[in-house]
Design a protein around this ligand. Structure first.
Ligand code: GAL
Length: 413
């Protein structure tokens, strides 16, 4: 603990000195943004950076794989091996704090927040999630919504369907579609997180916002009837997905919606970025069943490793990521809303304008899969449970393992 405090103090001092550090003329940015809207957003930020700092060579160290399924392991190897990038994508909340900050790998960013007046332009709730031990540790680029149900409008019109609000309505629609030879629900879980992602929305839709939040602080019983019901519902949903789901990535699942082969896709709003990048306009959206008035939220943020090799260049990057111009350029392409409160809504498509409104009025809950609700080891344990569940659909066994994962995480007793 003493060592950690010393490290934080040391990092604060380095940060203060950082401004006078020499420029190296290079910047390495690490992320998992390689698909349509993800890459488009990232490259847009690089373009702006190059205009602002023409002398800096940018190294794009992105590692493909949705939700960081491959990137996170590569990042760990690099960080532990003393070879950090200058800045990396990391989810705000537990993923940032528990994995990197408390272990002394990051440097505090208080100076950047102060110099740019960011305490006035980020919502209070966001600022609190960025803080640990009284310091800021990353710069949020966006807010994503995880609990959206995307659908192919032409298919819905053809079969006289409206977005299902409840699980009963969902299964009624799914049955109708299945009979017509259309895959009711697209899934691409070659990274198991995509299945856990659907399950996350089912937990919310079954337990409600408070019940779901209680899963992460020990107030909701993992052995109780709510989790059982959610597992049963998810098992039933799995009987309506494309048979090749284990071979597809999330964006390949989204392709099934674009091609009119599947009707619905329960996924985060990076799917909206993917639709835009692929120039598909025939999609509609609604909250996932049972998820009305609840915003299942996450934020992609960028932090600076304590040993970032190109400190000045990294600081410029963080300043761009957090700026109004940066967020207004990045988010309409990425399919997310600004983390800042002052972006111009007219720059965003109709889905994102809807999301901006919901962000202000919905009950906000933290995403599990995307690092906001629980530490990474707990997320990994739940993903392991889901790997078995997707093939075996054994509710009793899965519930036992989920309850054990909460104990192992030190939250349940
Ligand atoms: C999430 C991330 C999003 C998007 C998605 C799919 O974890 O927050 O920005 O990239 O994964 O890769």
């Amino acid at each position: 603990m003493k060592f950690r405090n010393w490290l934080v103090g040391f990092s604060v001092a380095v940060m203060a000195l950082g401004m006078s550090l020499a420029q190296s003329g290079k910047l390495e940015i690490f992320s998992w943004w390689t698909t349509g809207g993800e890459a488009a957003g990232l490259l847009k930020l690089f373009d702006i950076y190059k205009q602002q700092h023409p002398g800096v060579k940018i190294i794009n160290a992105a590692v493909a794989g949705g939700a960081g399924s491959n990137a996170k392991a590569v990042l760990k190897t690099r960080m532990l091996g003393g070879d950090p990038p200058d800045s990396f994508q990391v989810h705000m909340g537990h993923e940032l704090i528990d994995t990197w900050v408390v272990n002394g790998f990051m440097q505090p960013l208080d100076g950047i927040f102060k110099d740019n007046g960011w305490e006035k332009v980020y919502p209070q709730g966001v600022l609190e999630l960025l803080k640990w031990n009284g310091h800021y540790w990353s710069v949020p680029a966006n807010i994503h919504r995880a609990n959206v149900m995307w659908y192919n409008k032409a298919i819905f019109a053809k079969y006289g369907l409206t977005p299902p609000k409840t699980y009963d309505e969902f299964f009624a629609a799914a049955e109708k579609l299945k009979k017509a030879g259309i895959t009711p629900l697209a899934l691409g879980d070659n990274g198991i997180w995509a299945s856990t992602h659907v399950f996350e929305t089912v937990l919310i839709g079954t337990l409600g916002a408070d019940g779901y939040k209680g899963l992460w602080n020990g107030k909701t019983d993992w052995n109780g009837p709510g989790v059982k019901k959610a597992l049963e519902t998810f098992a039933k949903m799995l009987s309506y997905v494309n048979s090749d789901h284990a071979a597809r990535s999330w964006d390949q699942a989204n392709d099934l919606i674009i091609q009119g082969k599947a009707a619905m896709f329960i996924h985060g709003d990076w799917a909206n970025g993917d639709f835009m990048a692929k120039k598909f306009e025939g999609y509609g959206w609604a909250p996932a069943p049972g998820n009305a008035d609840i915003y299942d939220a996450l934020s992609d943020s960028f932090g600076m490793p304590a040993k970032a090799p190109d400190q000045q260049e990294a600081r410029w990057w963080l300043e761009l990521v957090g700026s109004k111009a940066g967020q207004e350029a990045f988010n309409p392409l990425k399919g997310s809303i600004c983390a800042r409160t002052d972006c111009d809504p007219s720059l965003f498509n109709p889905y994102l304008q809807w999301a901006m409104k919901r962000w202000k009025v919905d009950t906000i809950v933290p995403s599990l899969v995307h690092g906001a609700a629980a530490k990474e080891s707990w997320v990994a344990a739940i993903n392991d449970v889901m790997t078995l569940f997707v093939t075996r659909r054994d509710v009793t066994q899965a519930q036992k393992s989920l309850a054990q994962a909460c104990v192992d995480a030190g939250v349940c007793h």
